[in-house]
Design a protein around this ligand. Structure first.
Ligand SMILES: NC(=O)c1ccc[n+]([C@@H]2O[C@H](COP(=O)([O-])OP(=O)(O)OC[C@H]3O[C@@H](n4cnc5c(N)ncnc54)[C@H](O)[C@@H]3O)[C@@H](O)[C@H]2O)c1
Length: 264
């Protein structure tokens, strides 16, 4: 008999799984036996993830065109996932963007866009997912926070506000979800080299009038214990651990994966 894997039988919905951290979490959970719903607005990326999962692990997955701030798309997408797989065990609310400006230059519509994708997106996908988790008496909500859920950096008013907000939403869900067997936790990564971060390096160098090397070594990694980037696999390992944890003992927490940038 094949060895039991930690997520055998688990159905995981991952937003923003067409790229970066979301794609790595899809791989990590698929490797542990989960079936994966790959949700994104970038369908080329989503299809690439699906191919990767099939080739590497023979995983059964589905791609879902889901803009996390479109309530109708979220609700109908979650319904299709439940129809196909029969249940929803894990939600990884990961889709996100970054826009950086000093406050005096921050266009209001761009502030709203960042806050909305992170915070409204987490709210809408949570609301849609618990509809299936509560009757099962089982579920794990995993939110993608950031070190910026605990710390602040200049130029990131929208991102920091949104990532702090996610902590609050997750803690409410730990309390509301407990009697339904649903746990809720936040992963808070330090800088991870993904398309989202690659884009920030030249932008910050220009905005702050410093070299790209200084942005990496001083701004991004200056407060780590070893000047190392966190990897996508580091974040994925924590997501698998949270999804497979057995009881309500681990709920309402944020786990910081940042080479010691933030210690709490
Ligand atoms: N990269 C880092 O250093 C880092 C650190 C801490 C936290 N995070 C968080 O991790 C998450 C993933 O970031 P990443 O670095 O992998 O970025 P990424 O740009 O590689 O991937 C983000 C994915 O989200 C998707 N997306 C964007 N808007 C969407 C929407 N409205 N609906 C559905 N999908 C949407 C994109 O199409 C993309 O596939 C984000 O929440 C980000 O804030 C990243």
């Amino acid at each position: 008999m094949a060895d039991q894997k930690s997520l055998d039988g688990n159905v995981a919905v991952i937003t923003g799984a067409g790229s970066g951290i979301g794609q790595a979490i899809a791989r990590g959970m698929a490797a542990e036996g989960a079936k994966i719903a790959i949700c994104d607005i970038d369908m080329d990326g989503a299809e690439e993830t699906a191919r990767m999962l099939k080739d590497e692990f023979g995983t059964e997955s589905m791609t879902v065109n889901m803009n996390v701030i479109d309530e109708e798309a979220v609700n109908s997408g979650m319904g299709k996932i439940a129809d196909k797989f029969g249940r929803i065990d894990t939600l990884v609310s990961n889709a996100g963007i970054q826009i950086v400006h000093l406050i005096e230059d921050f266009p209001y519509d761009q502030f709203r866009k960042v806050v909305s994708i992170h915070l409204d997106g987490s709210f809408l996908t949570t609301k849609a997912a618990v509809k299936y988790m509560y009757p099962q008496k089982r579920g794990s909500l995993i939110y993608m926070g950031s070190v910026h859920s605990h710390e602040a950096s200049t130029q990131k008013a929208a991102y920091v506000a949104a990532k702090h907000g996610i902590l609050g939403l997750s803690r409410v869900m730990a309390k509301e979800g407990a009697k339904h067997g649903v746990r809720s936790n936040v992963i808070c990564p330090g800088f991870v080299k993904t398309p989202l971060v690659e884009k920030q390096i030249p932008e910050q160098a220009k905005n702050l009038d410093i070299s790209e090397e200084k942005v990496v070594n001083e701004i991004m990694l200056g407060n780590t214990v070893d000047q190392e980037f966190t990897t996508m696999e580091d974040v994925s390992d924590v997501a698998v651990f949270l999804a497979s944890f057995r009881s309500n003992a681990l709920t309402g927490q944020s786990i910081v994966v940042s080479h010691g940038w933030a210690m709490r």
